[in-house]
Design a binder for this molecule. Structure first.
Ligand code: ADP
Ligand code: MG
Length: 251
């Protein structure tokens, strides 16, 4: 963890960086700070809303809220709770948050590969010359009973093309998406450089909805790669380390 690359934990700040650039607007799901007014507004507009700690990581303390016939249902890990009004839901979320800042984000219906929801990690790294390169693309395949696909939440690492195939996307569509995501990664790198100094790598979490549309869920400034080491894609792990050498990333 001691390698040289800046860290920004605040997801709200990073989302604002992206939204200042019109290029990213269609990729960023509607996101607002958590408060009662914003909760009501988001639940008016969307059937599913994610409640996430502004400085969170590892898929921890994320609650998915869904509209159901009798009101709303929240899910934390595998635990579901029902509410009949937004006021009751708000009270519980507020108690859960305590003094910690939270965000609300439009829920994306993740595409499923062999019945398991997944999202994509786009690893972007800066060369010694200062150019951003999307060096690796892999998937995080989630446990269908959980709300987050993270490795720490029981997710597994998958190969991009195999996971896309398992979700019934054609190989033509998959190659086009690969190009689009790699371009997106480079564009995010350039955007982040305009807002803060010292980034050498970034990891985009990109959801693909059931129609195949990509959505940036977050941009990690300290992306973990150890789960890749033991996966089928050891070659990707080695590629990331070869690009990471010049800024001191050795694992
Ligand atoms: N808006 C959303 N729609 C659908 N799934 C989401 C959404 N936000 C988060 N998730 C799920 O939760 C996981 C963790 O969310 P993320 O924003 O990446 O936070 P963390 O920093 O904890 O990894 C995502 O990889 C995804 O599986
Ligand atoms: Mg994440």
């Amino acid at each position: 963890m001691k390698y040289k690359s800046s860290t920004i934990k605040n997801k709200w700040k990073k989302t604002q960086w992206l939204l200042k650039d019109t290029y990213f607007q269609k990729y960023v799901p509607h996101t607002l700070p958590f408060n009662q007014k914003n909760l009501s507004a988001m639940l008016n507009d969307y059937t599913s809303v994610f409640f996430k700690p502004t400085d969170g990581s590892g898929g921890k303390n994320i609650i998915r809220i869904r509209k159901i016939d009798s009101g709303y249902q929240s899910q934390l890990n595998t635990t579901k709770t029902s509410y009949s009004t937004t006021a009751q839901l708000y009270r519980d979320l507020n108690r859960f948050a305590g003094s910690r800042s939270y965000l609300l984000q439009k829920g994306i219906q993740l595409a499923k590969s062999n019945a398991k929801p997944f999202d994509i990690r786009v690893m972007v790294q800066k060369t010694r010359q200062g150019d951003w390169v999307s060096t690796a693309l892999f998937t995080k395949v989630g446990n269908p009973n959980k709300v987050a696909t993270n490795y720490n939440q029981g997710g597994t690492i998958g190969t991009f093309s195999k996971t896309m195939h398992g979700a019934n996307f054609s190989s033509t569509f998959t190659s086009q998406l690969e190009l689009e995501l790699k371009r997106l990664g480079v564009a995010v790198g350039k955007n982040f450089d305009r807002h803060y100094k010292g980034f050498h790598e970034l990891g985009l979490d990109v959801a693909v909805d059931s129609k195949g549309k990509p959505w940036i869920l977050e941009v990690n400034t300290r992306p973990q790669i150890y789960p890749l080491k033991a996966s089928i894609d050891k070659s990707l792990y080695n590629k990331i380390l070869s690009y990471g050498k010049h800024y001191g990333r050795f694992k």
